[in-house]
Design a protein around this ligand. Structure first.
Ligand code: E4P
Length: 218
């Protein structure tokens, strides 16, 4: 399973990119609004960091014709741009049209397997089921990843599953075990995945033993 970073914050993207572990970036209008920077300038700066890695950038219109126009503008920014569209009738129509133009799409705000199946059938490159937001309403978000993954496997569907709305590192592991292709995570979750108290204790012991030995110098 690949790891994407879910943020529009350039410093966080740079930090995750330098770790060498991320294979893409997802943004959404809320994340972009939080940064207070022009969307298009931000995307160009982001691409300067990640190059051709997939970067999901979301349309704002709710009408398919306008979504297609906005999608075309976004896609023109760079080859890695993936146009993110909401899971609505209009979003599906726009997905079909953008796919026909050879533009990659990510259908977002997916909360059921029927939505994921339809998004895939409309040609979505990626589908984004939101785990955490289902957990928030007392449903088991991870069941959705299991279901979509099974359906896609049985029917040979090529759309990639992005487990989104990840709230903790267990979500990442469970998504991987459930067959998700990608988990998109905030930086703090990627950082939490790095840490283990036994790693810290092991480093402290190795360092102390080495310093006490005086058996060479770098
Ligand atoms: C994914 O594409 C979304 O940007 C994101 O994962 C939403 O997460 P949230 O539910 O924490 O806002």
């Amino acid at each position: 399973m690949k790891i994407f970073i879910d943020t529009a914050n350039l410093a966080e993207i740079q930090e995750a990119f330098d770790l060498g572990v991320i294979a893409g970036v997802t943004t959404n209008p809320s994340l972009v609004a939080k940064e207070g920077k022009d969307f298009f300038v931000m995307l160009k700066d982001l691409i300067a960091i990640v190059g051709d890695l997939p970067v999901s950038a979301e349309v704002i219109s709710l009408k398919s014709e306008e979504m297609v126009e906005q999608g075309k503008k976004l896609a023109a920014i760079g080859p890695g741009i993936v146009v993110k569209l909401p899971m609505t009738e209009e979003g599906l129509k726009a997905t079909k049209q953008l796919t026909a133009l050879g533009i990659k799409t990510n259908v977002t705000l997916i909360f059921s397997s029927t939505q994921a199946l339809l998004a895939a059938r409309a040609g979505a490159t990626y589908v984004s089921p939101f785990i955490g937001r289902l957990d928030d309403i007392n449903q088991v978000g991870m069941n959705l990843i299991h279901e979509i993954s099974e359906i896609f496997k049985i029917h040979g569907i090529q759309s990639e599953i992005i487990a989104a709305s990840i709230r903790h590192s267990a979500h990442v592991i469970e998504s991987a075990l459930a067959g998700s292709d990608i988990a998109t995570c905030p930086l703090k979750i990627i950082q939490a995945m790095i840490k283990h108290p036994l790693t810290d204790a092991g480093i402290a012991k190795f360092t102390a033993d080495w310093e006490g030995s005086k058996l060479g110098s770098f």
